[in-house]
Design a protein around this ligand. Structure first.
Ligand SMILES: Cc1ncc(COP(=O)(O)O)c(C=O)c1O
Length: 381
């Protein structure tokens, strides 16, 4: 019913993906080349038709839609006071560092990692980063608890989790998340669970997403869950997100660190989120089927045409992590830029040089052309 095949020209629409380097074909930043769910566009047009765009607040329809979404999809029963509305998730990572770390404290995370996880400690005063690689057990990327135990310092205060993991595409299972919560409890860490990709699971029947707040209540006084419909519904440019914080004292500390640093949230974000949660599900289901087929296409194309690459199979997200180290290139992303006019994400920024991250959320013909260019580009030495 929905169309994901038509190529929608995006150059010159003031978007990061195409307009930052217009001479390159972009497969980098995490947004999709699909029109957002039409129900969202309809809601935005309706809001636009009321010509006063003054200061906004989360309206009742949005709050009901969000609480309903959390109950229906995450099995969470929370109340309006537990939601802290934000213009994005990255500012929330920064607020958490400032709320919970004093000079000399540390933040822990695992890599490869969405780049802000490796930088956000700089937003605190003299805050250190303890970053450890994820490990692969039976072909699955997971936490290396022995290494984490060895690396933790008494001054570590916060653990930054990405679940589903960007760029590994893992959906962590309940036992892995409980083990992580036990680790946080043992070392008295606040767990920041960034779940922005939680509704982009390629096979929800086999790998259901477990929200951090759906874990046992005894952990909740140390958990902040960060959510948004932005990645799922391709509305990241509208700027809407929220934190779920059920513990009053934790929420007070988090919101106090905001001070006057954040702008008011724009009215379109609130209305887009409401429409996504109320009406977006049929679009989301079809979009995920398209993404899953794109992943299969990518995996078989690269297995056949670039067998020296180690290409990760994702459980979630449309971002593939590709190990290019066998090619022995100093910088594979730069090599593709120079030899194939491709813009891909450089693994260096995720803590792992020699890798690239490839965005496959585009019409299949665009994906096919991009992958052909990749193979040709890598054949230029
Ligand atoms: C794990 C993760 N967190 C946060 C973000 C961005 O969040 P926002 O645009 O709401 O700041 C991204 C974007 O790719 C992401 O992958």
């Amino acid at each position: 019913m929905y169309d994901f095949d038509t190529i929608i020209p995006r150059r010159g629409t003031g978007n990061i993906k195409y307009d930052r380097r217009p001479e390159l074909d972009p497969f980098w930043v995490a947004d999709m080349d699909f029109a957002s769910a039409p129900e969202i566009t309809t809601a935005l047009i309706k809001r636009c038709q009321h010509p006063i765009y003054g200061y906004a607040q989360a309206h009742h329809g949005l709050i009901d839609a969000t609480l309903g979404y959390l109950l229906r999809t995450k099995n969470l029963t929370v109340s309006e006071k537990d939601l802290v509305w934000l213009g994005g998730l990255v500012p929330a990572l920064s607020l958490a560092v400032r709320a919970f770390c004093s000079p000399g404290d540390a933040v822990m995370t695992c890599s490869p990692s969405y780049p802000p996880f490796l930088n956000v400690h700089h937003d605190g005063e003299d805050v250190q980063l303890v970053s450890l690689p994820h490990t692969q057990i039976d072909g699955r990327w997971t936490f290396d608890f022995p290494a984490m135990e060895a690396a933790i310092t008494p001054r570590t205060r916060v653990f930054l989790l990405s679940n589903p993991q960007n760029p590994l595409g893992r959906v962590f299972a309940r036992n892995e998340l409980e083990a992580l919560c036990d680790f946080c409890e043992r070392h008295n860490l606040i767990l920041i669970s960034d779940e922005i990709h939680c509704d982009l699971i390629l096979d929800e029947a086999t790998t259901p997403h477990i929200c951090a707040h759906a874990l046992p209540a005894r952990y909740h006084d140390r958990i902040i869950t960060l959510l948004s419909p932005s990645k799922t519904y391709n509305i990241a440019g509208i700027g809407i997100a929220y934190a779920v914080i059920t513990d009053d004292s934790l929420r007070r500390k988090f919101t106090a660190s905001r001070g006057h640093t954040l702008a008011e949230i724009n009215t379109f974000g609130y209305y887009a989120a409401e429409a996504a949660y109320l009406h977006g599900e049929p679009w989301r289901i079809e979009m995920l089927q398209y993404l899953a087929a794109n992943q299969e296409f990518l995996l078989s194309f690269l297995a056949e045409n670039a067998p020296s690459l180690i290409v990760n199979r994702n459980q979630a997200t449309y971002l593939t992590w590709i190990d290019c180290r066998a090619l022995d290139l100093p910088n594979p992303a730069l090599h593709l830029e120079k030899n194939a006019a491709l813009f891909v994400s450089d693994g260096t920024f995720f803590g792992h040089p020699g890798y690239i991250r490839w965005n496959f959320a585009c019409p299949r013909t665009v994906l096919a052309q991009g992958l052909e260019k990749l193979v040709l580009g890598f054949s230029h030495r």
